[in-house]
Design a binder for this molecule. Structure first.
Ligand SMILES: Cc1cc2nc3c(=O)[nH]c(=O)nc-3n(C[C@H](O)[C@H](O)[C@H](O)COP(=O)(O)O)c2cc1C
Length: 374
């Protein structure tokens, strides 16, 4: 099926505007995922028969590979992600207010470099409408079989001084439907959003989200949900250490590294699409994001779980992220270029790598690079 995607579906999609192709794919996945028969068909085609269980953030994951934020902004295709064999799906970014995002075109693709540039700007229905649609989904289909993560963004109209309220309002609205929250202060397409990565601002946001999280947990007589922080790759390691320290001190459960980059290498000079304003993702991001994971792992002595994302296109890339220190991994661009069979290819490849290294559990591979052999 990977071949069908590569030689038939992908060229077909390449003739369409990137965002249109994306919307059509999500819509198709929603329809297929919501129908019992096609859901089984999808699972048969794409689900990996291998299982690489790992326990992180209080959940058992079937394997470490999940969907990165931004692919399913509205949480439309939850059943689809499960059918495609992903072990968790991060939906959103969701903001307190509904917003259209930046003017189109705002998503660009380079097949040559296996890279995307986007300046979407958190186009999303807002957390109030999202609450209603998730409620509807849960009523119709029950709780999803895989953990659902929610990426929390900040509304463009909300001043940075009030950002903490924007994030915590969305958290409260979506709490009943979410397993893990990711505080996203690292998207490059909302003006000044990345300023919220400064320690004081970030602490304020995490503390407000934590308060709301504990309140909701008490009401439901259960535990608070894990809160993670997602970082940008465009900063010094010193700045990264400050963010990680604040996240640990204020009770977060882990870090997601990394979001897209605003940096462009000179090798892209002739590529019009990659010169577009916005965040670059895909293969060219791989190395930097892995270096960030490596650094966080070393800085925290492997004590703070890391979710690795950026440029995972195959099992080798996934192995690189895990051995650098990531307990879980995610992809967005990889699915655009490799199609839905990426998940089973990655899971099968990781299983093979474990065997080659004489390891019995994926957990044993986390941070292996720092232990002298990989
Ligand atoms: C079109 C697009 C939209 C994205 N939207 C979000 C978002 O809303 N929130 C977020 O944290 N990351 C967002 N991302 C970043 C991805 O989650 C991921 O961190 C990044 O693309 C690197 O992974 P990749 O190389 O596998 O794509 C988006 C990426 C793309 C390409």
């Amino acid at each position: 099926m990977g071949l069908v995607y590569r030689y038939f579906l992908r060229p077909l999609l390449a003739f369409q505007d990137s965002e249109q192709a994306h919307s059509r794919t999500i819509k198709m996945l929603r329809i297929f995922g919501n129908n019992f028969v096609t859901r089984i068909f999808l699972s048969g085609l794409y689900r990996s028969r291998k299982s690489l269980p790992i326990s992180v953030f209080g959940h058992e994951y079937q394997h470490p590979f999940g969907l990165a934020a931004g692919m399913d902004k509205k949480g439309e295709a939850i059943n689809g992600w499960n059918s495609l064999g992903l072990s968790f799906a991060e939906i959103g970014g969701v903001t307190m207010l509904e917003q259209p995002g930046n003017p189109k075109p705002r998503m660009f693709r380079s097949n040559t470099h296996q890279a995307l540039v986007n300046r979407m700007g958190f186009n999303n229905p807002g957390s109030e409408r999202m609450q209603a649609s998730l409620k509807h989904h849960f009523t119709r289909f029950g709780k999803p079989d895989i953990p659902i993560w929610v990426n929390l963004g900040k509304s463009k109209l909300t001043d940075n001084k009030e950002a903490h309220k924007d994030y915590s309002t969305t958290l409260v609205r979506l709490w009943n439907f979410t397993d893990v929250f990711v505080i996203n202060v690292s998207s490059p397409n909302t003006p000044d959003l990345r300023d919220l990565q400064s320690t004081n601002e970030l602490r304020k946001i995490i503390e407000e989200c934590n308060k709301a999280n504990v309140r909701k947990a008490n009401e439901a007589a259960t535990y608070p949900k894990p809160l993670l922080v997602k970082v940008a790759p465009d900063m010094s390691f010193e700045q990264l250490e400050d963010i990680v320290t604040v996240a640990m001190e204020s009770g977060c459960s882990g870090i997601v590294a990394t979001n897209t980059t605003v940096n462009r290498s000179s090798e892209f000079d002739g590529d019009e699409n990659l010169q577009q304003l916005g965040g670059l993702s895909g293969a060219p991001l791989r190395k930097t994001s892995t270096q960030f994971i490596e650094h966080i792992y070393k800085f925290t002595n492997g004590k703070f779980p890391i979710v690795g994302v950026g440029g995972i296109m195959n099992a080798d890339d996934a192995w690189e992220k895990i051995t650098a220190g990531a307990s879980l991994i995610q992809a967005y661009s990889g699915f655009v270029f490799e199609g839905p069979s990426l998940t089973s290819a990655v899971v099968r490849g990781l299983d093979k790598k474990l065997k080659q290294h004489g390891l019995s559990k994926i957990e044993d591979a986390v941070g292996l690079m720092h232990k002298g052999s990989n």
